[in-house]
Design a protein around this ligand. Structure first.
Ligand code: ZN
Length: 311
């Protein structure tokens, strides 16, 4: 966007933020949701930033917002002790590029972040949707993008074993017998924790919780808390619902399960900004809107206004 990198636009955004997201009792919390940082543009993953774009994002966020780890930020939203223009940066799933590309940028900027990890995907090395993406890409047909989104949308809501079976078959037929490792290793997750990043849960196998029987949903949520404790030695306090659309991908009962498993804050993928009184287990998030067709200040105001109008 034209206004990114422009010192005046940061100043305007900060003034707007000071008005709509002051410190303490009337504070708002803007939570950014990332998945991957790539070495270069990938037309199959067009929404994911490359290193340079991510560096620009972090500089921008750091100039406009006061960034806190997700768990701490939600706790301070609840107690009315957030700084003005508060924000958190979160990553879902646990891709290796979070450790290789994102973490060094965050560390050198001195900006905290929270990584929500699907432990089963770490142990398997890959997410099922990436197997589908790689398989369809190797076919190289003109209609590949259409076919890809149709396949992903269809498989997403199938039972887990069926979804994984279909994705693995697709990959082995299209590419070969050995599945790639795209996710972090356990050692990388532990390294992020040692470097001071918050590690949160994202279930074990990334199911749509609302599509699971209750006992299976509960063991996915409890299992990821135990997995993180195993790997990092720390008890996770933050969680993100897979796919994350409230009412469709998870229900209020899943928030209760998360709380029972020891999580104190949980993130959805509803596009909004949290306000005083927002349920700590239903914290909405936003994407970096300045790369998605809105100017810095317009997107910022849209999020804050939504938090004043909602409910
Ligand atoms: Zn996810």
């Amino acid at each position: 966007m034209a206004d990114v990198g422009n010192v005046k636009s940061y100043a305007v955004a900060r003034v707007a933020g000071d008005l709509m997201s002051p410190a303490n009792r009337r504070a708002r919390l803007t939570v950014f949701c990332y998945h991957q940082v790539l070495t270069g543009f990938d037309n199959l993953r067009p929404g994911e930033p490359d290193e340079q774009q991510f560096l620009n994002d972090i500089r921008l966020i750091d100039r406009v917002f006061n960034v806190l780890p997700f768990g701490e930020a939600v706790k301070r939203l609840e107690s009315g002790s957030l700084p003005g223009r508060a924000a958190s940066i979160t990553f879902d799933d646990g891709y290796a590029n979070n450790h290789e590309l994102a973490a060094p940028i965050l560390l050198s900027a001195g900006v905290p972040a929270t990584f929500f990890i699907a432990g089963g995907a770490i142990d398997r090395g890959v997410m099922w949707n990436d197997l589908v993406i790689e398989s369809v890409a190797s076919a190289g047909s003109a209609s590949q993008a259409t076919k890809l989104s149709a396949t992903l949308a269809e498989l997403k809501y199938r039972p887990m074993a069926e979804r994984w079976g279909a994705a693995e078959r697709m990959y082995r037929n299209a590419i070969g017998p050995d599945l790639p490792r795209l996710m972090m290793t356990r050692e990388m997750v532990a390294d992020l924790a040692n470097r001071g990043f918050e590690i949160g849960g994202h279930t074990l196998n990334h199911p749509i919780l609302a599509a699971l029987p209750d006992d299976a949903a509960r063991s996915e949520i409890e299992g990821c808390a135990a997995w993180i404790h195993d790997v990092t030695g720390q008890t996770p306090k933050s969680f993100a619902y897979p796919n994350g659309v409230p009412g469709r991908d998870y229900q209020p009962k899943h928030a209760v399960m998360a709380r029972d498993a020891g999580f104190e804050a949980a993130a959805s993928t509803e596009w909004s900004v949290a306000r005083p009184g927002t349920n700590s287990l239903n914290i909405p998030r936003v994407g970096p809107w300045w790369r998605q067709g809105r100017t810095l200040t317009a997107g910022l105001c849209r999020g804050y206004l939504k938090s004043y109008i909602a409910r």
